[in-house]
Write a protein that binds this ligand. Structure first.
Ligand SMILES: NC(=O)c1ccc[n+]([C@@H]2O[C@H](COP(=O)([O-])OP(=O)(O)OC[C@H]3O[C@@H](n4cnc5c(N)ncnc54)[C@H](OP(=O)(O)O)[C@@H]3O)[C@@H](O)[C@H]2O)c1
Length: 386
């Protein structure tokens, strides 16, 4: 299927979301603590295309005064052989932090990262996220290098393979790569995050989601299109995986955060989700020429440096200390969209926050990746998200 067709389908199917949602039980939305307006809001008002006035990731580090200031921190970033992941790594390297960067294809990643790599401080780990055993191997390798982890950035992703593809473990590829592999990774490293969390810098998880989440909530009845493979839709599958990213951030906070928007006890993990914007990267591999041309001409398009800015802010921005369960876009908390949203509007749709759905996805994901995990906190203690 041509990519323009998948995009049309994606847009078309988004109009069917109400009927998809109606298959699910009603959900409760809790009040969310809202952040103060961002100092970056104005710069995003009138986009003029890549390289315009919108902040870049290096600008965030400069504004935060963090150049060379995070030498005691360790950060793990997935998907560092292309696009936003490379720029996120490059920018965070300037903080002096120790970085572990994952890639499925090391011969591709090494030259792509170039002089970012630095033996003993910025290391590459092999991790193919279409294989749970590869994720387990990478987590085990990480633990041979270090015991601490302050930030996990779940960035790797694929978008809209035109036909139903499966991971090594039999999952639909987008659900498997974008969600389940990150879910397993988090569970394998969460003890490191918990142990490293301390007053002044609580451990953080950043889930790189997308406005594509608007296409679908996770399909509890058949995440992997096993029962009805003919129902596979590239846009719906991407949408469920990207909502799963948001839900995972929300539920991490519920299980491991401290509650009520306050910085809590030692051991907290604060998680947020991010929509980086529209950026020309390897992600558009399935676009046809016409669709790609249309995207290139859009004023809302960002450069890769601008595309990594919100991720970097969520990962190390001081103003984000103690906030969690937020969906961020354009370096600020994004608003809830009304029923009649358009693709160029900023924000998230209602199903992005759904406590019941989040809990169910968490339970199902534990089972799918074969992890038994007991929460360290009472889930009812966190009222801040979802
Ligand atoms: N670009 C945008 O407009 C946009 C918009 C919204 C959200 N996002 C999100 O931003 C994130 C980064 O995307 P990007 O735009 O930087 O795309 P990208 O250039 O294609 O980078 C994606 C990264 O994920 C890796 N990856 C894909 N499949 C993998 C697998 N099976 N195992 C391990 N790594 C795998 C890729 O590795 P290879 O290099 O080996 O392919 C690459 O390093 C994604 O989560 C995406 O959904 C991007």
């Amino acid at each position: 299927m041509a990519a323009s067709r998948s995009l049309q389908l994606l847009t078309h199917l988004s109009s069917q979301i109400p009927s998809i949602k109606s298959k699910f039980p009603s959900r409760r939305f809790l009040t969310r603590t809202t952040m103060a307006p961002s100092k970056y809001s104005a710069a995003h008002q009138n986009p003029q295309g890549p390289g315009d006035a919108r902040p870049t990731a290096p600008q965030i580090i400069k504004d935060e005064g963090l150049t060379g200031k995070l030498t005691a921190k360790t950060i793990l970033i997935t998907g560092c052989s292309s696009g936003i992941g490379i720029e996120t790594a490059r920018t965070l390297s300037s903080t002096g932090a120790t970085l572990f960067l994952t890639a499925r294809n090391l011969p591709k990643a090494r030259p792509a990262l170039g002089d970012i790599l630095e033996e003993g401080r910025i290391e590459l780990l092999e991790m193919d996220q279409s294989s749970l055993s590869s994720v387990r191997r990478a987590a085990a390798e990480l633990k041979t290098h270090c015991q601490k982890l302050n930030v996990l950035i779940c960035n790797a992703g694929i978008m809209c393979p035109p036909t139903l593809e499966r991971t090594d473990d039999g999952f639909e590829s987008q659900f498997g790569v974008n969600h389940l592999s990150h879910f397993l990774l988090f569970n394998l490293v969460k003890d490191m995050l918990l142990a490293s969390s301390a007053e002044g810098f609580r451990s953080r998880v950043v889930m790189v989601s997308s406005s594509g989440h608007r296409n679908s909530p996770p399909l509890h009845a058949d995440y992997n299109f096993v029962t009805l493979p003919e129902n596979y839709s590239p846009g719906i599958a991407y949408g469920q995986s990207k909502t799963a990213n948001v839900w995972m951030a929300n539920h991490i906070t519920r299980l491991y955060g401290s509650g009520n928007g306050r910085v809590g006890n030692e051991g907290d993990i604060f998680a947020n989700s991010v929509m980086p914007g529209g950026i020309m990267t390897g992600l558009q591999a399935h676009f046809d020429e016409e669709t790609e041309k249309g995207m290139r001409g859009a004023k809302g398009l960002k450069s890769v440096e601008q595309g990594a800015a919100t991720t970097v802010l969520a990962a190390v921005g001081r103003e984000w200390e103690g906030f969690w369960g937020k969906y961020l876009e354009d370096c600020q908390e994004a608003p809830l969209l009304g029923e009649k949203w358009t693709w160029d509007g900023l924000g998230y749709v209602k199903h992005a926050f759904d406590r019941e759905g989040e809990e169910r996805l968490w339970r199902d994901s534990l089972e799918l990746v074969g992890v038994t995990s007991s929460p360290t906190r009472d889930p009812s203690s966190s009222q801040n998200c979802g």
